[in-house]
Design a protein around this ligand. Sequence first.
Ligand code: 2P0
Length: 331
Amino acid sequence: SGRTEGDCVTTARAYPNIALVKYWGKADETLILPAAGSLSMTLDDYPTTTTVTLDDGEDEFRLNGEEQLGRSADRVTAFLELVRGHARVAGLDTAHYSARVVSVNEGPTAAGMASSASGFAALAVAASAAYGLDLDTKELSRLARRGSGSASRSLIDRFAVWHAGDDEDSFAEQIDAPDMAMISVPVSTGKKAVSSRNGMVATQETSPFYDAWVSSTEVTLREMIAACAAGDVTRIGELSENHAIRMHAVIAASQPSIRYLTPASIAVFDEIAALRAEGIEAYATADAGPNVFAITRPELAETVSARLAPLATGEAKILGPGPGARLIGDG
Ligand code: 2P0
């Protein structure tokens, strides 16, 4: 092929994000367009680091040292096909090459720690660079969206709004928000029973509250954007906790019911409410899994963390706003 060792090897790093206004439901399954906008904080820990090397032959995907086969490999290949399509349109000869993708995930995978967000954000940045595409942050966010909706937000530093819309205008961009801390409270390391992708479809098709969820999310997003602009941590926290509970409610109303929170998760929500009752301001959120995140002011993070640590089965970590996905070195 005439390629030399070290050609087209790129490495990117991306961090998970935790939504304060949640994404749950699609307007378009293929393009991964959300039914409503969402808003998140990018974390400063649990990164995914991904190296893409162009090669001849079949695409390969290794995650945490293990060759992946089946659905997760198929999702990576489908994503690489999108990138190669861009390369073909741009007239780049790289479009003929396959890719070896090697990812290391420092957070627990598929347990509600947003590993698909950091994973596809890192892959979007690494693969587009490896194939020779020169995409700006908006284009990278649109591309990452096609891998996993929430990945669109992990392109963005600190706080992101992901816009609902059509293919052209559904991307994430930065929003100003006051400094906040999150505390991860892991209560389970198991793989979740229902993936986000399948859970969303079930909710859309069978939950009688789905339309109300979408319309109320639009209202909450406007309120959250205003609270962020005002630097109002109390309002941000109240809106976040309430929106998370609404998401778990619309999901639970699916038929058959889907429940991501366990009794251990609820105990963490209760302890966070008890902290608030004592005047220590903290709020709870949880994604499509049992692990809970506390949202608080940076100066309260140590206190809140110390109180929640006994309820955690792993390390309760204090997390701040982190960087958007980017290339690191040149491989
Ligand atoms: C969120 N979650 O806003 C919500 C809250 C989980 C609960 O985005 O189908 O893995 O790949 O677009 O991005 C998880 O959904 O789903 C998610 P796909 P994704 O963070």
